[in-house]
Design a binder for this molecule. Structure first.
Ligand code: IVH
Length: 719
């Protein structure tokens, strides 16, 4: 189940029925007006049931959003949520602000009020490189006159917005932005919609909350949510956000909390603002631990290390992991862990002397758009690609970046000659995210979509309501043919060893192959005639092509290159229908009954199998000997890993993590994002980090790659 699913359920503003709208209950529908108020025992039952429901729902939300380890099936959550809504609707006097039904529903504001931070929210000094950081370390140790090593808390520097949350007697009463550090904006209604913000502290049975507690942390948008939001915006022809931080800021500064509620925001805490009526622990790291107990999300990558060398190593390790994290970070914050030492070091202007942010290389840079070319993809999609004045960004030199489609070009108002902002985040292809119109020179050229396909000359279509323009040439177009065949041969598809991109291009260019089926008709002589191909490699390739005939139905389906059918969807289709002949005849409704298949994907599948030339290619492939073992259709509880939760971490040599997850799911397992007591086993590839440590600590079974492959093989699954 996807996070967004529950997000939309929990946060669906319409989920609050009209009865639940009043949060306070008016004088006229108080206890005496309440039909059940006369019956004391019933009323007590209702009070108890409401308390129980809130506790269960809060716990489930906490497991889901803070621990990333769902404990309650969605349907059950929804059922209990509805029950609570109904009870609260019948007993408005029992509605409290910290009820899980009350996250969303408040009316829009006309403006934010300002709030003054009792303790200013400071910023951090930056260290741009190792030299800067070493100087910082030495300065700290000099100031402390402390020759022995200093203990640091190391935390990823989340790239979002600093937010302060105030709790009075354990209940959230105020959320505020940092603003200028002294005065921020009151965004209470908006932070309340963020599921990982506790509306009240989780307390042990005999624990009393501090009268006042201010927790500080970062509100951010995870990468996946950001990509999805931008993709939706692109499809609707709306403006996209430049990066997750801007998206988080824009979402949090909505005057209508219902809009904020729809955005995938998270909150992770990183420091204490103030606390009254409680003893402070000795270390900053202990404060964070306490926050974790109260139900806040803390960063699982955070570590406490001793001395300069260990700090430098932590930086290197996290820099390696940066792209794999599901949220963006722009550096590491190092904080002296001892509160006593922090106090001795004090502050200078607006930053503490006891902390520093060691920054990562920037992921956004400016450069000049020198030209635009149009590329044709596997499905005929025509993508404008920006040719750039080479620029170093995100750790590499970039000279091309995608402009996505013509709608995006128009939205960006990009022209050749413009100065543009390029973003390269992790392994994501570089993108043009913004045009600096202020820097536009007098002479620029507009960007026009070609009328004819730059590869085959066929007519270019731009279907009404679709952002993407397509070449109408289908497999007549060499570009589409090449891309389709490359995809067909790729590792997750037919896995033809040795059939690289260059060879496919030559084979198509020289007219040896036109369709997938032609691959299986190639002989060694033809292949040996290609440039840089010896007889030995030609033989090997012929053998590899022959070996690929023995495949699996999911791989075959994926290889066909049906639009929007990736590895996971192909698995689901194969599992659901069992037999290709049944799938080919399935109608829209039957297709939509498949897990994760919505109306659009169903339409693509339907369209694909109704095309006569696709039917012909499939028949030819089967006639040429492509075969797969029969897929047994099993109901969920018959699947071998049903009821078991797995976590996948580290790098696997045989497959990516997504494929590992898809295979586990195919066997009936649930796949979670983090290790907990509920985890059945951890699949740990190379360079497994904190998840491995956690599994070992909890005594959870750890499968290395060999053991994982053995498990798959035991259940008849091959990657
Ligand atoms: S500590 C006095 N810890 O970075 C200490 N800040 O330039 C102040 N940030 O405004 C902040 N992750 O928005 C701290 N683990 C972390 C952080 C973090 C991100 C942001 C925060 C702050 C800015 C400081």
């Amino acid at each position: 189940m996807k996070e967004s699913d529950r997000m939309s359920k929990v946060n669906d503003p319409n989920a609050n029925g009209p009865k639940a709208k009043s949060t306070q209950g008016s004088l006229f529908d108080g206890p005496t007006a309440n039909p059940s108020a006369g019956h004391d025992s019933t009323h007590t039952d209702v009070v108890a049931r409401i308390a129980e429901l809130r506790k269960t729902l809060d716990q489930a939300s906490y497991q889901y959003y803070v621990l990333d380890d769902p404990s309650l099936p969605d349907v059950e959550y929804d059922r209990l949520f509805k029950e609570l809504q109904t009870l609260e609707g019948e007993h408005p006097d029992l509605v409290t602000q910290d009820s899980p039904t009350q996250r969303v529903g408040a009316a829009p504001l006309s403006a934010f009020e300002t709030v003054t931070h009792e303790v200013p929210m400071l910023s951090l000094d930056n260290a741009m490189n190792e030299t800067d950081f070493t100087a910082f370390y030495e300065r700290v140790s000099g100031l402390l006159n402390k020759p022995e090593t200093i203990r640091f808390a190391c935390e990823p520097k989340l790239d979002g917005l600093a937010v302060s949350l105030v709790y009075e007697n354990g209940v959230l009463v105020r959320g505020a932005t940092r603003g200028d550090g002294s005065v921020g904006e009151n965004i209470t209604l908006n932070v309340r919609t963020i599921p990982s913000v506790p509306l009240r502290l989780q307390l042990a049975d005999d624990e009393t909350p501090p009268p006042v507690l201010e927790v500080r942390g970062e509100v951010y948008m995870p990468k996946a949510g950001f990509e999805k939001l931008n993709e939706q915006a692109r499809q609707k022809g709306e403006k996209t956000f430049v990066n997750p931080r801007n998206a988080a800021a824009g979402s949090l500064r909505q005057l209508d909390p219902k809009l904020t509620a729809k955005r995938p925001l998270e909150f992770c805490c990183y420091s204490l603002g103030r606390i009254e009526g409680a003893q402070l622990p000795e270390f900053h790291s202990a404060i964070l631990q306490q926050f974790g107990k109260w139900g806040f999300k803390t960063n699982p990558e955070m570590a406490v290390v001793d001395g300069l060398q260990a700090c430098l190593e932590y930086y290197e390790q996290l820099a390696q992991k940066r792209n794999d994290l599901n949220y963006e970070i722009d550096g590491i914050v190092f904080k002296v862990d001892s509160l006593a030492l922090q106090q001795r070091l004090g502050f200078i202007s607006r930053a503490p002397r006891w902390a520093i942010a060691r920054k990562f290389p920037a992921q956004e840079e400016m450069t000049v758009l020198e030209g635009v070319e149009f590329q044709v993809g596997r499905t005929g999609a025509i993508t404008p690609v920006a040719r750039l004045k080479p620029i170093f960004v995100g750790g590499v030199t970039v000279s091309n970046a995608t402009l996505h489609n013509m709608d995006e070009v128009e939205r960006l108002d990009a022209r050749v000659g413009d100065t543009v902002v390029i973003r390269r985040a992790g392994d994501v292809i570089p993108q043009v995210v913004k045009v600096i119109t202020e820097k536009r020179p007098a002479q620029t050229h507009s960007i026009q979509l070609p009328k004819a396909c730059p590869v085959c000359g066929s007519h270019v279509e731009r279907i009404e309501g679709e952002a993407v323009a397509r070449c109408s040439g289908g497999l007549v177009c060499a570009a589409q043919r090449k891309e389709a065949i490359k995809h067909f041969a790729s590792r997750k598809a037919m896995d033809i060893d040795g059939l690289g991109d260059k060879i496919v291009e030559q084979l198509v260019d020289e007219g040896h192959i036109e369709s997938f089926a032609d691959l299986y008709r190639l002989d060694a002589q033809t292949i040996a005639s290609l440039e840089r191909m010896g007889p030995k490699s030609a033989d090997n390739l012929v053998n590899a092509i022959a070996a690929s005939k023995q495949t699996t139905l999911p791989k075959f389906l994926y290889a066909l290159g049906i639009r929007e059918v990736g590895v996971a969807t192909a698995q689901n289709l194969a599992q659901h229908f069992g037999d290709l002949r049944v799938l080919v005849r399935a109608d829209q409704a039957a297709l939509e009954a498949v897990d994760d298949v919505g109306p659009i994907v169903a339409k693509h599948v339907l369209h694909f199998f109704s095309e006569p030339h696709n039917q012909k290619v499939i028949d030819q492939l089967v006639a040429l000997g492509i075969q797969w073992p029969v897929v047994e259709k099993k109901s969920a509880d018959e699947l071998p890993l049903n009821g078991q939760t797995y976590v996948v971490t580290g790098t696997l040599a045989a497959m990516g993590r997504d494929q590992a997850k898809a295979l586990l799911q195919q066997l009936g397992a649930k796949v979670a994002g983090s290790v907990s007591a509920k985890t059945h086993a951890l699949v740990a590839g190379e360079k497994a980090g904190s998840k491995l440590a956690k599994a070992q600590e909890l005594g959870i079974e750890v499968l290395d790659e060999a053991a994982f492959l053995a498990l798959l093989e035991k259940h008849g699954v091959t990657p």
